[in-house]
Write a protein that binds this ligand. Structure first.
Ligand SMILES: NC(=O)C1=CN([C@@H]2O[C@H](COP(=O)(O)OP(=O)(O)OC[C@H]3O[C@@H](n4cnc5c(N)ncnc54)[C@H](OP(=O)(O)O)[C@@H]3O)[C@@H](O)[C@H]2O)[C@@H](O)CC1
Ligand SMILES: [K+]
Length: 509
């Protein structure tokens, strides 16, 4: 992972953002100057995105989010708009920079109680609560938010939609839904994690003069998932490349009636960039596979003896176990053998469920196999499968999806990909990424099988497990975007060449 690219993708929680603020002020910039720049970004975005908006209701809270709102109201007024500020507290109750911003305004304002969105406003600006949201939004603020929801007026949120936690994306009391959110310096996890992401609308990140160098001190570990986080080896094939340079992925198949999932994963592994792909199938399933597979190879794997013989081929370097495999002892034995042989493993679906009663066996095998190259195991659970391996984390309502996934990765000694609209990828060393591409059509049968194959392809090509998982999740989402509406799982792998082409066209980092 290159430093600069990853820094562009860093997500800062409210504590880290406050530290960025503190370091910037300690470096000589006045707090009010930062607020003024934030307000300039908000007012400028409004003028560009809503050029016809004249009558603007500006809701201002008790802290610096409110301060941004007062300063933006002044700038909008100077630009010829007609803002009215509705303040949560009497302006003489404001402190610090927010008090200075309110004192500089001089236009019309009223108490928040007087706010009725039906009063002919073209736009509402939400400056009630941002990073400092500390408890559920109730009372007068909740009433104002409900009134905004009832009206059809567009909403621009400052930093975060009020009621959304910047750290977790979770709602705290009544939540405002914005059409556009202007945040500062870097996005926050709450802009990508649901339901925060949906509440934000479009997110614009404004430069307010905080230097990238503060990130060195903060050393963020959470990132937005995007190509800057990974390098796809398939996009830079060596001139005289050999198929073995791109690795040999193996997909375990279930029995005769359940072979489709393995083929979906296998085709995704091949299209995902693995040089060779083989399906290991029980004897009963060989004919079904033979009738369908062409570029993908097939081997009989009936039992441990077959598997031990197959493992002698040291070129097989990345395995997928789970899709359509069946739950039980075979899955546990093969998974443990793959890890013990120093190969890398994507464990999905039935493979995960097979360890429901003994997760510690899996975690111990993953840790024992961890080397300087990092964690050899990638787990790709959906929420239900996650609960089977980590019931306490799944049931802890105080944890965000991000915290849950990071804790699971640490405990398991594995990269954990907790799937969903806001898939979180976490490594045992604390790094995490939040994915935001893809379409609702990805929620379709077999989609997860395809993901496990794409991740295995990146492992086969030698990508470290965290980067492989980030790349796989991103490519999977992007393939769905390329296809568009009506997607079924079979449509994903054929879209991967376009995704490779796109990745290859990006400037190398
Ligand atoms: N950091 C930066 O670099 C920059 C930050 N900037 C801006 O500052 C914002 C952060 O400001 P902030 O820290 O003052 O927090 P903010 O969101 O205004 O809320 C705190 C206030 O709300 C109150 N309160 C909380 N929850 C409540 C509830 N449910 N119901 C009622 N009250 C509640 C809380 O009260 P308390 O908990 O203290 O009793 C306190 O009074 C940030 O989002 C961005 O817009 C920019 O200017 C540029 C640079
Ligand atoms: K806000």
């Amino acid at each position: 992972m290159t430093k600069i690219a990853a820094h562009d993708l860093a997500l800062l929680d409210p504590v880290q953002m406050a530290e960025a603020d503190r370091l910037t002020i300690a470096g000589g910039m006045a707090g009010i100057a930062l607020m003024e720049r934030a307000a300039t970004a908000v007012a400028g975005t409004i003028r560009r995105s809503f050029p016809k908006a004249r009558r603007i209701a500006v809701l201002a809270g008790p802290g610096n989010n409110g301060g941004d709102a007062w300063a933006a109201a002044r700038l909008l007024s100077e630009a010829g708009c007609e803002p009215t500020v509705y303040s949560f507290v009497a302006p003489d109750m404001l402190r610090g920079d927010a008090a200075l911003a309110a004192a500089g305004y001089g236009g019309p304002w009223q108490a928040l109680e007087a706010f009725v969105p039906e009063a002919g406003f073209d736009l509402v600006v939400d400056g009630l609560f941002g990073a400092g949201l500390a408890r559920p939004v109730e009372g007068e603020a909740a009433r104002a938010i409900a009134a905004v929801k009832g009206a059809k007026t567009p909403v621009v949120a400052i930093d975060l939609p009020s009621g959304i936690s910047g750290a977790s994306g979770e709602p705290l009391g009544t939540v405002l839904r914005a059409d556009l959110t202007v945040t500062f310096f870097r996005r926050k996890p709450g802009h990508l994690l649901e339901p925060g992401r949906s509440a934000c609308g479009r997110v614009i990140v404004a430069d307010i003069g905080i230097s990238d160098s503060v990130l060195e001190a903060i050393s963020p570990q959470v990132f937005a998932n995007a190509p800057g986080l990974f390098r796809n080896p398939a996009t830079s094939p060596r001139d005289a490349g050999h198929k073995y340079d791109r690795g040999h992925a193996v997909v375990f198949s279930g029995g005769m009636a359940r072979t489709g999932a393995a083929r979906l994963a296998a085709m995704a592994a091949l299209r995902g960039g693995a040089g060779l792909v083989t399906v290991y199938a029980p004897g009963s399933a060989l004919m079904a596979h033979a009738a369908h597979l062409t570029a993908i190879m097939l081997e009989r794997c009936n039992d441990a003896a077959d598997f031990d013989a197959l493992l002698c081929d040291a070129r097989t370097n990345a395995f997928v176990l789970g899709p359509g495999f069946g739950i039980g002892e075979d899955a546990r034995r093969y998974a443990s053998a793959v890890l013990a042989a120093g190969r890398r493993l994507v464990l999905d679906a039935d493979g995960i469920t097979s360890f429901q009663d003994e997760p510690e066996t899996l975690f111990a095998a993953a840790k024992a196999a961890t080397s300087d190259d990092g964690a050899p195991l990638v787990l790709t659970p959906h929420a239900g499968e996650f609960k089977r391996l980590f019931p306490d984390l799944a049931g802890d309502a105080t944890l965000s999806k991000l915290e849950r996934t990071r804790s699971a990765a640490r405990r398991a000694g594995a990269v954990v990909v907790l799937k969903g609209r806001d898939t979180v990828i976490a490594a045992p060393d604390g790094r995490a990424a939040i994915n935001s591409n893809g379409t609702p059509w990805l929620a379709t049968a077999g989609s997860g099988d395809v993901l496990s194959g794409i991740v295995a392809a990146q492992l086969a090509q030698g990508a470290p497990s965290f980067e492989a998982a980030c790349a796989g999740v991103w490519m999977h989402g992007r393939a769905a975007e390329h296809f568009g509406s009506g997607l079924i799982a079979e449509d994903l792998a054929p879209m991967l060449p376009q995704v490779h082409t796109e990745l290859a066209a990006l400037p190398s980092s």
